[in-house]
Design a protein around this ligand. Structure first.
Ligand code: PLP
Length: 485
């Protein structure tokens, strides 16, 4: 530790900083040398860490050495090209540099005055992103930490927008003068909608799941029926959540029809395009956002499919006034002379303290350019079509959902197995075998009760070689699994 400086000395910072950047450059270059899935068992890392903090200064050399020795074996590598699980969140090098600078600045963007750079860059970058996905000009954007936060903000706004209830001042509990609130989604909507209902006092019973069609999309006529039925039974319908790219199968809810119903019934429309929204930067995919111009709130996560290190969720609304009404509470010490001439981001969400998240997005968009980002996402879509064609050509596998984006939902269908339960069990074991050893990482879902293996191709470093590799691996694992039957 430096004797002269309270913090690390500039010389030391340079030395270890360069060392760490070299380490990260090697990590990205040689990432395939590591298993994508950590091979440790629960508790392994913790058992190797001291139970108490060091009382005396330790050498940075020792800290950095322990990254290799202790942390790396415990890492599941989301940046790995063979990570095709969940929805990828792969970070790009310009994004890492943006994060580095953001933590060096260490600003708190709560009010304009506390960080004009953060406030204004965020507004500018959010407008770039809006243009990139083709949302109309009347949408204003702000960055939240994740998709769950974005959805919870959308639902909170929807609740605030209900006329005559005064929830902001009177709250929801112990009242006999308001009806119970109802929100609409499908069983394929993300769990963050129900989490929002939990947090906002709506409760799980306040969430109604609308039936879906054979492609897992909300059926608008069922939505209409449910709203009418609920009104007759004393509920107060207030919000519909539509999804563009559901978590299980990337289904796209029919937003134009849902928007029409929301207009007729005077309900708030929140659109969750967490993963799928990024695909709309391609002109040929823009149509996935059809109808979103009618949404009251909308979001997508650049930290999912726009190579932005976690976290960054881009939330848009046509009603920043309602957002402000929902969340603004200005303590005396936060009042500034600019409150009428500039936006204070603390007024537009749950967080007071805010990181400089727009910096990494600014780095990424400028480094790749819109065309560069389009090229990467277009390639993912092409690779997904390739896998789709292999599944279709094979008589040992079947697709379980349309390939709308770059996620393939499929399962093995061994000819000797007929009962659904047996096929499910076979696929569950097959997935375990695929992930064993940690070379590839895939995850599952259930579609119509069928155990479904998902291949998600949206990692920055995933190429045709990896996609061919995973298919070969799946086919081989299936053969081995059959041999075990
Ligand atoms: N919405 C959808 C459709 C998702 O797939 C996910 C996560 O995968 C989320 C919301 C939640 O996003 P986050 O993890 O950023 O909270």
């Amino acid at each position: 530790m430096s004797k002269e400086y309270v913090d690390m000395s500039p010389e030391e910072f340079r030395k270890y900083g360069y060392q760490l950047i070299d380490w990260i450059a090697d990590y990205f270059e040689k990432i395939e040398d590591y298993p994508v899935l950590s091979q440790i068992k629960p508790g392994d890392l913790k058992s190797k860490l001291p139970q108490s903090p060091p009382q005396q200064s330790e050498k940075m050399e020792d800290v950095l050495r322990d990254v290799d020795k202790l942390i790396m074996p415990a890492m599941t590598h989301w940046n790995h090209p063979k990570f095709m699980a969940y929805f990828n969140s792969s970070g790009s090098a310009p994004g890492v540099l943006g994060e580095l600078l953001a933590s060096a600045f260490n600003i708190n963007g709560m009010v304009w005055k506390s960080s004009p750079a953060s406030t204004e860059l965020e507004e500018a970058v959010m407008d770039w992103l809006r243009q990139m996905i083709g949302l109309p000009e009347n949408f204003w954007g702000i960055i939240y930490d994740g998709g769950s936060a974005s959805t919870i903000h959308g639902i909170a706004m929807a609740r605030e927008a209900i006329e005559g209830t005064e929830f902001r001042t009177k709250g929801m509990s112990g009242r006999e003068d308001t009806k119970r609130l109802r929100i609409y989604q499908t069983e394929h909507s993300h769990s963050s909608v129900e989490k929002g209902a939990l947090i906002l006092g709506i409760g799980l019973e306040g969430v109604r799941k609308i039936p879906v069609d054979e492609n897992y999309r909300m059926i608008p006529s069922e939505l209409k029926k449910a709203i009418q039925e609920d009104r007759e039974n004393g509920w107060l319908p207030f919000c519909v959540v539509g999804t563009i790219g559901t978590t299980s199968s990337t289904a796209i809810d029919p937003i134009p029809e849902i928007a029409e119903i929301c207009k007729e019934e005077k309900l708030w429309l929140h659109v969750d395009a967490a993963h799928g929204g990024s695909a709309a930067i391609l002109p040929e995919m823009r149509n996935i956002l059809n109808g979103c111009e009618h949404a009251d709130s909308f979001y997508f996560n650049p930290h999912k499919w726009m190579f932005t290190p976690i976290d960054a969720s881009a939330f848009y609304t046509k009603h920043p006034d309602i957002l402000k009404r929902t969340f603004s509470l200005v303590a005396e010490y936060l009042k500034t002379e600019h409150d009428t001439s500039a936006k204070n981001h603390m007024d537009y969400g749950m967080q007071l303290g805010r990181r400089f998240r727009s910096l990494k997005l600014w780095f990424i968009i400028r480094y790749f350019g819109v065309e560069g980002l389009q090229k990467i996402i277009r390639e993912h879509l092409r690779l997904a079509k390739l896998v789709e064609s292999w599944v279709k050509e094979s008589d040992s596998f079947e697709l379980l959902a349309p390939v709308n984006m770059s996620t393939i939902c499929m399962r093995a269908v061994p000819q000797k197995l007929k009962a659904e339960e047996e096929i499910n069990e076979f696929n569950e074991k097959l997935l375990e075998r695929i992930n064993k050893g940690g070379e590839y990482f895939l995850t599952h879902t259930k579609l119509n009760g069928k155990f479904t293996i998902r291949i998600v191709i949206s990692g920055l470093r995933t190429t045709e070689k990896h996609v061919k590799g995973v298919w070969e691996h799946i086919v081989n694992c299936k053969k081995e699994q059959l041999g075990m039957q």
